[in-house]
Design a protein around this ligand. Sequence first.
Ligand code: TXA
Ligand code: MG
Length: 316
Amino acid sequence: MQTEALPPDETGLSRAAAILSAGGLVAFPTETVYGLGADARSDFAVARIFDAKGRPRFNPLIVHVTDLATACKYAHFSETATALATRFWPGPLTLVLPLRDGCGLSPLVTAGLATVAIRVPAHPLARALLGRFNGPLAAPSANPSGKVSPTRAAHVATGLTGRIEAILDGGPSSVGLESTILGLAGEPTLLRPGGIATEALEAALGHPLSRYENAQKPNAPGQLASHYAPDAPIRLNVTQPETGETWVGFGPCKGAALTLSATANLIEAAANLFDTLRRADALAGPKGRIAFAPIPETGLGRAINDRLKRAAAPRD
Ligand code: TXA
Ligand code: MG
């Protein structure tokens, strides 16, 4: 299959919407990472996502819609859910809510669960595409399963060329980390830290969040122990790199090959994370190793450390 490179204009959007309507796959930019989009109502289109990514079928997908009113067609919103959606959408927050019976979503999207993960993205091109397509888009991150998430069209091309119909190029993703996933089908539960800081959610909720931790039975692939993995092994919290290590700094780190943020800015570090992982992997080469400087465990630092831990985890 030829993968088309689509420009961020009317022509690109029309072509992308036409491909999606015909059951095809289009990678598109969101503010978090690039998503691999398919019509969330079509079993055929959604099955192709799993195939293109090599993703285990029991892992459900996030449904992307244009606004809260549309989201209400697919999920039951509690008062809390409505309040959080109003406060944080459009933006990097995914809510897991009770699925509305007969709402028309493919059961493959939810992996047969009685809940659905749903979000309203903020990226103007994602919003324009949702408007053109005029339907719900199932979209996981546009990378082969288990690999580093894409924050640029070129990252998507590296992983998925020949496996998908098109890539809509909208430049680098501004947030750089996947959405925060909050479970609201029962007690509010943080399922995945991400682009909205946990502190901001807790402030909006008015109480601390419990965190879902069960690596044996993850209900989000971002929770699998090894994920976001580059080829080179990774060591974390490194202040003194060893010979043979490509050192990635945060704040002042004399001799670092790369930096997530020279000024120790967590927002900048999040935006740089996945691209830097790829660069470090390329610099390290086939026998090399990567070392990361410590990142503080506050704000977006929690989500950055979460991704780094999984990137550094032992692999099978
Ligand atoms: O920022 C993002 O969330 C990006 C962009 C493209 O929107 N998408 C993304 O998708 O990160 P993905 O597939 O890589 O991660 C979606 C996560 C998975 O960890 C999945 O298990 C979880 O959402 N998820 C989906 N439906 C769920 C459900 N009903 N209950 C619990 N977790 C669910
Ligand atoms: Mg992913």
